[in-house]
Design a protein around this ligand. Structure first.
Ligand SMILES: [Zn+2]
Length: 154
């Protein structure tokens, strides 16, 4: 914090995946790399303005075929205000401010909610085939579904 007084500060580094993932629990998404950040911190009357780039690689499990695949998340225009006071105030430890929650929040928002290995993934081959079969609806001739029964002469 003292380093920041009245000026801007460039910080570049990595946040370990475990720290980023604290409290995060999604069976389909895990953080495969640390979070890389390139930020400019600027002291403002209400707090510290964070601006810069974030990047991380995820390991995702496809929600349809269960294949594991990597996905890069890039936030080229990350910006957040770490406020000194208020409900969302930053957590300070001595002269250090914990800015992790602000990075975490934006990364979480960028995560895929239903990861797919590719948009047109058709899922497990056998399941997809069964689904296709179910979709083969008999051609409609305009008669009621009970038509066949009506033909029955009892
Ligand atoms: Zn898939």
């Amino acid at each position: 914090m003292r380093q920041l007084e009245g000026k801007t500060l460039q910080v570049t580094g990595e946040l370990p995946a475990e720290e980023l993932a604290a409290g995060f629990n999604d069976p389909l998404v895990t953080f495969a790399t640390p979070l890389a950040y390139e930020l400019e911190l600027e002291e403002q009357p209400q707090g510290i303005l964070l601006q810069g780039k974030l990047g991380i690689t995820l390991s995702c499990v496809c929600g349809r075929c269960l294949k594991t695949f990597a996905r890069d998340i890039e936030l080229p225009d990350f910006a957040a205000l770490a406020e000194y006071e208020g409900e969302e105030a930053m957590v300070k430890e001595g002269d250090f401010a914990d800015l992790t929650p602000y990075l975490r929040e934006d990364i979480y928002l960028a995560l895929p909610t239903n990861p797919l290995c590719k948009p047109e993934c058709r899922g497990l081959a056998r399941k997809a085939k069964a689904r296709d079969l179910r979709l083969q609806v008999p051609p409609s001739d305009g008669s009621s579904p009970w038509g066949a029964l009506d033909q029955l002469k009892l």
